[in-house]
Design a protein around this ligand. Sequence first.
Ligand code: ADP
Ligand code: MG
Length: 325
Amino acid sequence: MAISEFELITRYFSGIGPDLAAASSTIAMAGGDDCALLQIPPGQQLALSIDTLNAGVHFPEDASADDIARRSLAVAVSDLAAMGAKPLAFTLAISLPHIDEAWLQAFSYGLKHSAEFYGINLIGGDTTRGPLSIAVQVHGLVPSGQALRRNGARVGDRIFVTGTLGDAALALDVLQQRVDVAGANKAFLLSRFYQPQARLAVGQSLLALASAAIDISDGLLADLSHILKASGVAARIDSRQLPLSEVLQTTVNNNKALTHALTGGDDYELCFTVTPSQREQISQISQALSVPMTDIGCIVEGEGLFCTGANGEVMDFARLGYQHF
Ligand code: ADP
Ligand code: MG
């Protein structure tokens, strides 16, 4: 027999996240009433962001419920990371075509795992019937006036990215059967797509250090260009410096690998700018957090994004399928 909406919420959407009692100074009341109540500590600002994932658009129709849950939370938390905010709580608006308890069980399991990993509690939401869609709104805290913004890049700043780029785009090739990869390489790529690691610790360490930051959801060129527009500057990047995973480099040719790294979305790495004198601090943070951080270029005067290719030539973005300029 089908369970009621409220039973469903109690069974699958309660107790998600770390110990609520420990968070009682900021989460005054979670779940069950008309609103949740948050307490913003003095000297802190509330950072908010929402992301919707629709079946067939943001993930394949046949993706597992566990993967969908993890990806939904990670992509939302990634926006907190990009601002240097600390996770506080999240709400979940979910639309389900029908009640499938095995699916809900797996979704709840993935969500719980991910919420504990990021240290963020589910404090409310909305449950409706309709085509499968998941919207996650995250709330975070950041010291007042210190959030990492897109508009602070200055001429002479170095441009860094975390991790490796292009893996999620290659994963999409695999999921859509354009590229054939098996075994450990396939597992690596699918985990890069379904379980991106929001770079929370990096974002928080960059507070009062980075001049600008953004998370790479739409592709490096697209997202870096948001920093450039907001800051009124241009950039030169060197494609030879782009951090590429072993799997990306060995699965496709160099041109394809660079295209994915430059224009492929879904990696959820951070791109940020710092003054050249802060390079040493960045390398220390990189070591301390065991997160690769690679210098890929610099901020220059003017407008636009210039990228040098494998032989030092200026790359043609049109050929790379890049639409933004
Ligand atoms: P209302 O009708 O007042 O908007 P609902 O009936 O939608 O409230 O929800 C009842 C309670 O269950 C609320 O506290 C709401 O936050 C919570 N809730 C509903 N759906 C979810 C969900 N998917 N995840 C977590 N909490 C949920
Ligand atoms: Mg109500």
